[in-house]
Design a protein around this ligand. Structure first.
Ligand SMILES: Cc1cc2nc3c(=O)[nH]c(=O)nc-3n(C[C@H](O)[C@H](O)[C@H](O)COP(=O)(O)OP(=O)(O)OC[C@H]3O[C@@H](n4cnc5c(N)ncnc54)[C@H](O)[C@@H]3O)c2cc1C
Length: 470
């Protein structure tokens, strides 16, 4: 059981989750209080312990250390863009991220190509993702962070330096991290790194903020509107929103859950040899796809198994490559921070984007973003749309049963085939743009996201150069 109080650091014993003795916790608080965190204050949690059939009951008093109009949980491509959009639209916004940098799977997972700015095959005349995501790419270009051109760029020439974005944009992950920081500083987004969002603050079915855990302890941060950009829908699921899980490999007649992959960067490439090193290349380095494995991205034991196995396999693969004549100089320069998880929860929203609508390219009056990215594993093959892209309606961002919450990124409300398209990073950024604007409108109108007028949202998005085909 948890209790959210307005107590300040010091009025209760400080300390962290899982520490059972009050006196011991108090000792930690006394020693660390001066340091504080980015937001100030130290977590205070008092825990009462009782053991009952393998269950440990915690009773906690959690200090509220900040209050914002909008909190975005997760600094990946969708969350970072959502935070920019909310701040730019007038909301006092905090962005919370568990790692020490922004960028999400694009940089933590070393997935260094933003796919889905337009259809990968003809017809590809329409750039379906523009607005703040395109400004972000311009910032990467300004920092000199574009990867070398790939084969696709030769077939369909576009010019990222002028905002005419191709289907995919390869980039340097270090430049991307800096581009994120530059942009949030410019738009006045407050940042809290090294903090896990571990639970929602709830008043009935309405979110009133989030609980974070970090080196500062366990803390509550209040908000009018929370945006779940964790990729896995952690906040929405924790608040009781219903969700779908991926079909598991081998379920008859169902789509397979996409596998996890450990991405890596190879260095020391011999200049003359390009062909065998397919991947995203910048100068003498290339980012490549490492071992693939099936697993459950919501299960820490399974994640551990996949993490260990992919790392061991990758090391062996690199040693084998080095034994080939002319390849002696290559070396494993970097692996992703963690194995890349493609598919977990999809939260059920007011609208579910259906497979048939994605394939048909159905248009909706309440469109807030478009996905034109192919479906990578549609009945066993990469499926390219014969249309310019399908509409994502606003209802796909509004979870059922929970108020004060918006969804963005790969956890929005979609059937599996539609998800496999809209999870690409360009459409997730477009969805982030919409969720940030919607949150700001909800704050301004003192209403829940469910009551935001889609026409107002579309008007705001169009004023920020989003593409809605309207
Ligand atoms: C191996 C692999 C290859 C892929 N290939 C491509 C590709 O080539 N091109 C492409 O466009 N897309 C690709 N994708 C898909 C794409 O990377 C993801 O779908 C996309 O990054 C989802 O964006 P997001 O913002 O929803 O989530 P993420 O990018 O996962 O960002 C979520 C952020 O939230 C943080 N976070 C998570 N939980 C918490 C928490 N509880 N508290 C605080 N912070 C939290 C994470 O650290 C992360 O920064 C690939 C994915 C994988 C795994």
């Amino acid at each position: 059981m948890q209790e959210h109080t307005d107590s300040v650091a010091g009025d209760a014993a400080g300390g962290g989750h899982g520490i059972g003795r009050r006196e011991f916790i108090g000792g930690i608080a006394g020693g660390m209080a001066a340091g504080g965190g980015f937001l100030g204050g130290l977590g205070s949690a008092s825990a009462a312990q009782a053991t009952e059939k393998g269950v440990y009951h915690e009773k906690m008093r959690t200090p509220i250390v900040g209050r914002y109009e909008v909190i975005v949980c997760g600094g990946g491509p969708s969350g970072f863009i959502a935070a920019l959009a909310a701040a730019r639209s007038g909301a006092n916004t905090l962005l919370i991220e568990r790692y020490g940098f922004l960028g999400g799977n694009a940089v933590a997972g070393l997935m260094t190509c933003y796919n889905g700015f337009r259809n990968q095959r003809a017809p590809e005349a329409l750039q379906t993702v523009k607005g703040i995501p395109a400004e972000y790419i311009a910032e990467i270009v300004r920092l000199g962070g574009l990867a070398d051109q790939d084969q696709y760029a030769k077939e369909f020439p576009h010019n990222a330096t002028t905002g005419d974005l191709p289907y995919t944009v390869g980039f340097d992950p270090e430049a991307a991290k800096i581009a994120c920081l530059n942009m949030i500083a410019k738009d006045g987004v407050r940042l809290r790194l090294h903090s896990w969002v571990v639970a929602p603050m709830l008043d009935g079915s309405r979110l009133t903020g989030v609980i974070v855990e970090s080196k500062s302890g366990r803390q509550a941060i209040a908000a009018d509107i929370v945006i779940d950009a964790t990729g896995d829908g952690d906040v929405a699921a924790g608040a009781g929103a219903p969700f779908m899980l991926p079909d598991r490999k081998g379920d008859p007649g169902k789509g397979d859950r996409l596998q996890m992959t450990l991405m890596y960067r190879l260095g020391g490439l011999p200049a003359a040899v390009r062909g065998p090193f397919g991947g995203i290349r910048i100068g003498d380095r290339v980012v490549r796809w490492g071992p693939y494995m099936d697993g459950d991205g919501l299960d820490a034991d399974d994640l551990t198994r996949v993490e260990v196995e992919t790392r061991l396999r990758l090391w062996d693969q690199i040693q084998q490559m080095r034994r080939k004549p002319g390849m002696e100089s290559i070396y494993l320069m970097q692996t992703a921070t963690g194995v890349g998880v493609r598919e977990t929860r999809r939260i059920i929203g007011e609208h579910i984007v259906r497979e048939k609508d994605a394939v048909a390219g159905k248009r909706f009056a309440d469109v807030i973003a478009i996905s034109s990215n192919p479906i990578p594993r549609y009945h066993g093959r990469r499926y390219f749309f014969e249309h310019e892209g399908f509409d994502i309606p606003y209802g796909a961002l509004v979870p059922r049963k929970v108020d004060g919450l918006l969804l963005t990124g790969r956890c929005i409300s979609c059937e599996q085939a539609a998800f496999q398209s809209s999870r690409a990073m360009a459409p997730t950024m477009a969805v982030g743009h919409a969720s940030g604007c919607a949150a700001a409108l909800a704050v301004k109108g003192k209403i829940t996201p469910r009551r935001v007028k889609v026409k107002d949202l579309q008007k705001l998005l169009l004023s920020q150069n989003a593409e809605l085909r309207r």
